[in-house]
Design a protein around this ligand. Structure first.
Ligand code: CU
Length: 164
């Protein structure tokens, strides 16, 4: 019945011990904050970002890229913005009954922890709508990719033939 009371003397710490405990708590807080920050900015690695050249007067363009997530948490590409076009959609392409179909992926594209998503292999592409000017081979366009966790990531897309 006096069990809980008997614990009390053990908690009666000297001033020096309390100070040490406080210091330890602070260090844990700082370490935790650093870890959390590392997690939040967990980078997504972008490779092979390129767009197909378009003909003069074309209003839409198509780009692909490879996204790698070296972090420990899944992330998701949710939006893309570029000065080169009015808006950008994430599309999936498939062939049904011999007819090629494009479908917008409203949820974006998930990149699991440790995974690599190759848009080309998945049949995904970024669709540039209402191009401001044609995409010329040899040029490049700047865009910002927006991820649920990693936030904004600037990427330069090379404009080149995408046959491979
Ligand atoms: Cu499309």
């Amino acid at each position: 019945m006096h069990r809980s009371l008997s614990l009390l003397p053990a908690l009666r710490l000297s001033r020096r011990d309390r100070l040490l405990l406080l210091l330890l708590a602070c260090m844990i807080c700082i370490a935790a904050a650093a870890l959390t920050r590392g997690e939040a900015s967990s980078p997504i690695v972008v490779a092979a970002a390129r767009c197909a050249p378009t003909f003069a007067g074309a209003k839409v363009g198509s780009c692909t890229l490879v996204l790698r997530n070296p972090g420990r948490s899944a992330d998701r590409l949710v939006a893309i913005a570029t000065d080169a076009a009015d808006r950008v959609e994430i599309h999936s392409m498939s062939v049904a009954d011999g007819v090629m179909q494009m479908r917008r992926l409203p949820q974006g594209v998930e990149i699991a922890a440790g995974a690599t998503v190759d848009f080309h292999d998945r049949g995904y592409h970024l669709m540039l709508l209402d191009l401001k000017e044609p995409l010329t081979a040899g040029g490049s366009i700047d865009a910002d990719l927006f991820f649920e966790r990693a936030g904004a990531l600037p990427v330069a897309f090379r404009v080149e033939d995408m046959e491979r």
